[in-house]
Design a protein around this ligand. Sequence first.
Ligand code: NAP
Length: 304
Amino acid sequence: MKDLIIVGAGPAGLSAAIYGIRAGLDLLVVEKFSPGGQVINTYEVENYPGFAEPLSGWELMSRMEEQARRLGTEIVSGDVESVAADAGRFSVTMAGGQVMEAKTVIAATGASYRRLNVPGEEQYIGHGVSFCATCDGAFYRDRVCAVIGGGNTALEEAHFLTRFASKVYLIHRRDQYRGVKILQDRVAASDRIEPVLDTVVESINGATKVEGLTLKNVKTGARSDLAVDGVFIFVGFDANTGYLPAEVLDENREVVVDINMRTEVPGLFAAGDLRSGSRRQIVMAAAEGATAALEAYDYILGLT
Ligand code: NAP
């Protein structure tokens, strides 16, 4: 029986491990993919305190992982299917059927890219549809791309794509971007980005790969076709919470926590992008992971 099982090895999970292990907890981190979380796909991080110069998401998360491992964190690969509370202990069941037990659990599995759910989207993933400009941007050198969305991710990634693409259409369903001013200014200053506002994608078209989009202007109702070689979809995230008890989730299936990262279930904590109201910032996920680990420590000692 472990003191603590942390599910997820992104900024929240790794920070929880660093704080938990330094508090003397016998803990284990379980990660479905490779450690680092979504951040490893970020080309440049310029708002994580302590780094005057931007660094890549991959480098930041490699450093976090190295720090956690140096302190003695064990990270195992696995897909957690369920976390169930029973008489003051937790059973963590893996997809293969293996069950591990712990006194406390921190859920830190973040969120996944939301889909547009239009025809052609699933079909052309890897053939012109992408959710990662850092991964796939270089395939679009001197070609034409579309970015869908109006939040920080869409603005940041559209700007990143101008390193390669000859033209980037930035397609947003409203006439105002949601992203912050500094990113809006960067987009406005680029002669390679063409905003397409008040517009939604109705379908992603092509014979064997993406060749174009069918668009609809939501104000006029007019439909049009736009030729593009690739489409990058950044319309938000859905929390990865399918393995958690329904009683800790809200109507959006995000985890409800108090200011100390405690859920409704004593001993079960959540930190990072999966929690309701998250602002999805690396520094916030890291801070929440630290809080959750210190709370888990207090809970085990019977202090809370
Ligand atoms: P977001 O802020 O939720 O924005 C999603 C965007 O997609 C919105 O503009 C939304 O339009 C649009 N959208 C949603 N569903 C859509 C649909 N079905 N069809 C068309 N458009 C749709 O998501 P995000 O940009 O990925 O950012 C997520 C979080 O990460 C935010 O809290 C953000 O601040 C943070 N983040 C921060 C940084 C940074 O600090 N540098 C970088 C990246 C992300 P509406 O605006 O009309 O709702």
